[in-house]
Ligand binder design. Sequence first.
Ligand code: C2E
Ligand code: CA
Ligand code: CA
Ligand code: CA
Length: 278
Amino acid sequence: AKERGKNNFQFYTADMNARAIERLKMEYSLHRALAQDELDVWYQPKVELASGRIIGAEALLRWHHPDMGLISPGQFIPIAEESSLITSMGDWVLDTTCAAIRRWRDAGLLQGRIAVNVSGRQLKYSSIVDSVAQALERHGLPSSALELEITESVAMDEDSGMVEVLHRLQALGIYLSIDDFGTGYSSLSYLKRLPVRGLKIDQSFIMDLHQDRDDAAITQAIISIARSLGLELVAEGVELEEQRRFLLEQGCDCGQGYLFSRPVPAAEFEALLRQQPR
Ligand code: C2E
Ligand code: CA
Ligand code: CA
Ligand code: CA
């Protein structure tokens, strides 16, 4: 038994090492990705549910890995978050998105906001307020051109530093919204503390909305919370006509999802904007 225990231990450490090496490799190639232009920002329209009209978009990071192809942010953002990489990557996303907004505004194609995702670590440890202010200034944009999405789990963190950062962003005039709303815990009191203006209903509730009574009830509750607190709402992950209809009937006016468009490269999003009746 002793012998076996020892072997298990060795196996365990070898496994740990392999994972640590994997992580280091990934972190190294992410540095390269940033330096060598392998990253890209795609855009997914946010639409008015009644008309399908595009009112804005969410910027979503993409990584074109030379060997592995397109890698989803769910796979590499957590690794970037464990190092200072998330700051430089986040600044790059902000700058790239602001440059695109400038082009679309100049062409008279876009009046609405584009939303950028910010992670907890960006809000806690980085000079995000300066990064946002500089990106807006560099591209000559008003703060109303930009929205920042903060996941609910981050927003519920009591960290006072983060709360202060959010207030400074609000003072700049940035529209803040809570992402993945409804996936956190039962307390909603954090909503009172934070200067947020919008909620995004998490896609896990939208998915079975049309056939699951609990999801329908939760969605209705979120809609009434948003209404009574005067917050704007966007439903995420709308894929089906039945979901669109239900949301509209319950009083949720805006949505985002494959029913309208997948996230697309900048040129394709621009083409979608050009097709809009103006
Ligand atoms: P998220 O902010 O919740 O973004 C929504 C995700 O749902 C996106 O996945 C989007 O492609 C996907 N989606 C949109 N509509 C539908 C639909 O109708 N059905 C389904 N099944 N999925 C839909 P994506 O692009 O893979 O992004 C994953 C997550 O990575 C994002 O979740 C966000 O948390 C994070 N992320 C993406 N870009 C950035 C970034 O620039 N910075 C940071 N910090 N995080 C980012
Ligand atoms: Ca988001
Ligand atoms: Ca979300
Ligand atoms: Ca999500």
